[in-house]
Design a protein around this ligand. Sequence first.
Ligand SMILES: C[S@@+](CC[C@H](N)C(=O)[O-])C[C@H]1O[C@@H](n2cnc3c(N)ncnc32)[C@H](O)[C@@H]1O
Length: 704
Amino acid sequence: MRVKLFQNIYKTFRIKYNHMAVFTQVFNPLTAQNEWAVHNDDYDYDLELTCTGFGDMLHDKERNQKYFKALRMAIARMHADGREAHVLDIGTGTGILSMMALTAGADTVTACEAFMPMANCAERIFTVNGFGDKVRLVKKRSTEMRIGVDMPQRANLLVAELLDTELIGEGAISIYNHAHDELLTDDVVCIPSKATCYAQVVQSPLASQWNSMKIVADLDGNILLQPPKDVLQCKGDAAVHDMQLSQLSLENFVPLTKPAEIFEFDFNRKSKTPVPVQRQQLLEMIALQPGSTDLIFYWWDISMYSGDNLVLSCAPYWAHPDYKSRNDIIPWRDHWMQAIYYIPKPQHISRTGEKFVLSCNHDEYSLWFDVHNTLKSNTTVSRHACTCNLHLAYPRSRIGQMNQSVRNKKFLNYLENNLTKDSQVLCLGDGCILGVAAAKMGVTSVVISENHYFSKRFMESVVKNNDIKNVEFIENVNSLPYSKLSQFTHIFGEPYFFSAILPWDNFQFGHLLQNIIEKLPPTVKIAPYSAKIFAVPVQFTDLHKIRTPVQQCEGFDLKLFDRMIKHARAKLPDHKVEAQPLWEYPCKALAKPQELLHVDFHNFKKEQSNNGDIQAESDGICNGIALWVEWNIDGGSGSKSIVSTGPVEPVEPGKFIKWDMFVRQGVQLFEQGYPVINGKSSIRWALQHKPTLSKIEMDFNVNV
Ligand SMILES: C[S@@+](CC[C@H](N)C(=O)[O-])C[C@H]1O[C@@H](n2cnc3c(N)ncnc32)[C@H](O)[C@@H]1O
C-alpha cells in the first residue's frame, strides 16, 4: 500500500522523444506542480524499481531459507519417487527461487517475470551465477504463457511468491487458478502449499482515531465542531490499513477475542476445485472481556510444503508461534506486515463470554469484515465504502492527525487569543478543519482555499451540520482580487497539503503565501509564524535493512540487483530522504536533535545555505538520520506555540525515540551503518533551501 501511494504521487508520464530521451512529468510536492524532467531512454521504471520491496524481501532470511528448504524437500521427494522435477517460478524477480530450485536438483526450470526491468535483471543474475543456460526465462505475465510456446510441457512443481500483507492483494488467486488450469500438471506440488488467515477482534480507541472524526472542542471543553451526521453514519473505508502491529503498545488495545482462523487458501488445489475468488465466513466469537468491537487485527501464515510443518508466520510478536518471552527473536519484515480492518458499526460487548458473530469476507483482491449480534445466515455482506467523504478525501494519517486534541488545542489557543469579531481569516492548505473551527469563534468571515473535490464536500458538510454561516470556500487563492486580499486580518494554516510526502512539503503554505503577500495588509497576522527542520542521527533496529545492499542471498550473488537499485535511486529527484511513520520502526537517538533550517513565513523567499556538525552523544551504529518539522504558531518561545511532527517526548541520546503516530517523518537511510563513538564521532550536514526553485536539498556525512 505504501508503495502504491508513492507511485501515485510520483506518477510519471512518459513522452518518447527522438529515441534518445524520455520526458517525464515529476510531481514536486513543495509546489504541488508537475515539472518536466528529461532522462535517458533507460529511465523507464526507475521509480517503480526503487519502490519495490525487493531489498527487504531478500534480507528476509526466514523467508528465503524456508523457500529453499521446501524446494529441497519437494525435489528430493519427487526424485525418490522416480519422478523428474519440472519447475515453474512465477514472478521470478531477481531469479532467486529459480536458482534455489536448480541448486536443489530441479530437472528443468522455467521462470517468468512480467516487470521488464526485473526480468532483464534476472537474466543477468542467472548468467553471473552460472545458470544462464539452465533457466528458461519468459519475460511476460504467467497468464499470457502457453504450453508449447513458452514451456515445452506442464510443470509439476510451482514455486511463487505473489503475496502481500493482505495475502491476495497482488492478484494471487487468479494467477494460481490460471496456472493450475493452463500451466501445471494435476499432481503439481506448490510452494507454498497453502495460506491461513487470522483475525482478532479488538477495542482500540487509539487506532479508531485513524478511522473517524472526533468532536473539536475549545480550551474550556465547549464543542466547536460536531462530526456531521454523515460521518457518524458512515461505514468507513473497507480498505486495509497495513501496520507493524508489534509496535502498537499493549496498553493501546484490548483484545476482545482470541485470534481465529478465518480463511484457508489451498494453493495446491488438493480438492481439484479453483481457489475461491469470493467467500464469506460467519464465525461465532466468544468475548474474552467486555468492550467495543472497533477493529480487526489481521495476519496470515503460509505452509511451505504440504505434509511438512514448515510454516512461516506473519503474526505480531504476541501471537507468534515462536514467541516465548522475548519479541526480538521474531523475524522482522516490512514487505509483509500485519493489518487493521475497521468495523463499520462497532458493537458493544457488555460481558465476558458474550457471543457475537464475526463476518469475514473476501473477493479476488481484498478482505473486509463486519460484526453482528446474532447469526444471520445467507446474508452476504457487501464491501462497505465511504459515504461521508472523510475517508475518500484523506489518508488515515491525516484523519488521525485531525483528532489529536493536544495538537488541535495549541492551534485553537492561538485562534482564541488572536481572533476578534472583526477578524477576516484566510486559510491556506487542504482540509483545514481548524479554519472551520475558527469560524465558530464568532469572527466576521473565514475564507478557505480548498480545491480537492471530496475534501471540499466533507468540509461543507461540517459547516452545514454545525450551522456555520461565515465560511466561504474558494478554489484558488491566486484568483482572489486585491480588494478581497487587502481585507484579511489573519492568514492561517495547520498546514496540511494532500501533495505533501515529506514533512517540509507542507512549506507549500509559504509558497502560496508568497504569491499574495504583497497584496495583504502590512498588519496581517500569519500563523504558523515560522517552521524549523530538525535532524537526529539514529540507530534503527530494523528499518535500515530496506536500503541495505543484498550482496549475497543464500549463497547467490545478487550484486547486480543492488547496482540496478542504486542507479535507479540516484536518478530520482530528492531520492535520499524518504517518508516513513517512524513510530512503527524503533530507533535510538545517537545525539540531541539539531536545527537545520528556520523559515519565517513573513520572508519565505529568503534562500538559505546552512551546514554544521552533530556530535555523537552515545555510542552506537548510525544507520540513518531522522528528520521532522516543528511549526511555531505565533513566534512565541513557549511549548504552547510549538506543534511538532517529530518526537512526542524529549529526545535522550542512547534512548529509543517516541514518535508522533499520526504523521510521517523524513528519514535518510545509509547503505551501511557507521559505528559512532560518544564525544568523538560527528555527522556533518549541509542543507540548501531555494524557495524560488521550490527545492530543499540535504546531505549528511558521518565521520566516525
Ligand atoms: C514479491 S516478488 C517475488 C520475487 C522473487 N520470486 C522472490 O521471491 O524474491 C513478485 C514478482 O512477481 C512478479 N509478478 C507478479 N505477478 C506476475 C505474473 N502473473 N506473471 C509474472 N510475474 C509476475 C512481479 O513483477 C514481481 O517481480
